[in-house]
Design a protein around this ligand. Structure first.
Ligand SMILES: Nc1ncnc2c1ncn2[C@@H]1O[C@H](COP(=O)(O)OP(=O)(O)O)[C@@H](O)[C@H]1O
Ligand SMILES: [Mg+2]
Length: 229
């Protein structure tokens, strides 16, 4: 069964079309990338998945729990790391706000738990944002711009955690990325969004070798170590 199913999704802002007839799905425990340039409509899709924007047409269906890591991470900078994490568990009731499980899967956060989130590096904040989303115990995690503005080492570390969460817990991920190389290395399948429409989709390995993708998004040769399976 698919955890996310999007059919014919059209979203307009005050008459301007941000998404037009988008079909997309994420299977159980699948790693799927959505690649696209600035303004393509990626964040609009994320908002439609979380019900924050209303479709003008089409349908979004989520089976199971979906949690999102929003673009720009949206930390509460004056709150501690631990409090930021706890906010992710607000739907779970009292027991659901226990953060110990998050420090087990993201041990780097344990030493930072009392730090104010606003004092952390971008990579650390992104890890907090992922941990906060994991507090909702999602079946599928939607990450809007994982790598934006982060140092390569921080990105590699986050990718390692995502691979482990996928391998150990069967977490499905919809990864929104402008860095196509990163997205195609991590994910099984990918969609390319241009001006609100899906223009290409398929197996990540095949897209990495597609001249339309290499010309527009990869700027030359790609070498991949292959997606996590
Ligand atoms: N709240 C909004 N009101 C009007 N237009 C918007 C709004 N949010 C986004 N847009 C427009 O919709 C298009 C898609 O934006 P967005 O989904 O943020 O793209 P991306 O995340 O791929 O950069 C852009 O042209 C953007 O200017
Ligand atoms: Mg965006």
């Amino acid at each position: 069964m698919n955890v996310v199913e999007v059919t014919g999704l059209t979203v307009r802002y005050a008459g301007a079309t941000a998404l037009e007839g988008v079909d997309l799905h994420v299977g159980e425990a699948e790693l799927v990338a959505l690649i696209g340039a600035n303004g393509a409509g990626k964040s609009t899709l994320v908002k439609a998945l979380s019900g924050l924007v209303r479709p003008a047409a089409g349908r979004v269906t989520v089976h199971g729990r979906l949690a999102q890591v929003p673009e720009g991470r949206e930390m509460f900078g004056d709150l501690s790391v631990d409090d930021n994490l706890r906010l992710g568990g607000w739907r779970n009731g009292r027991h659901g706000r226990d953060t110990a499980g998050i420090y087990r899967v993201l041990p780097e956060l344990a030493g930072l738990r009392r730090r104010r989130a606003g004092t952390l590096s971008g990579g650390e904040q992104q890890m907090v944002a992922i941990g906060r989303a994991l507090m909702a115990r999602p079946d599928v995690l939607v990450i809007d711009e994982l790598s934006l503005g982060l140092a390569p080492l921080a990105v590699a570390n986050l990718v390692g955690h995502l691979r482990a969460l996928h391998a150990d817990r069967g977490l499905a991920v919809l990864l929104i990325e402008q860095n196509a190389r990163l997205a195609l290395e991590l994910c099984h399948r990918a969609y390319v969004l241009e001006a609100g429409r899906i223009v290409l989709h398929g197996d990540a390995g095949r897209l990495a070798g597609d001249t339309r993708v290499t010309a527009a998004y990869l700027g030359g040769h790609v070498s991949t170590e292959g997606p996590a399976r």
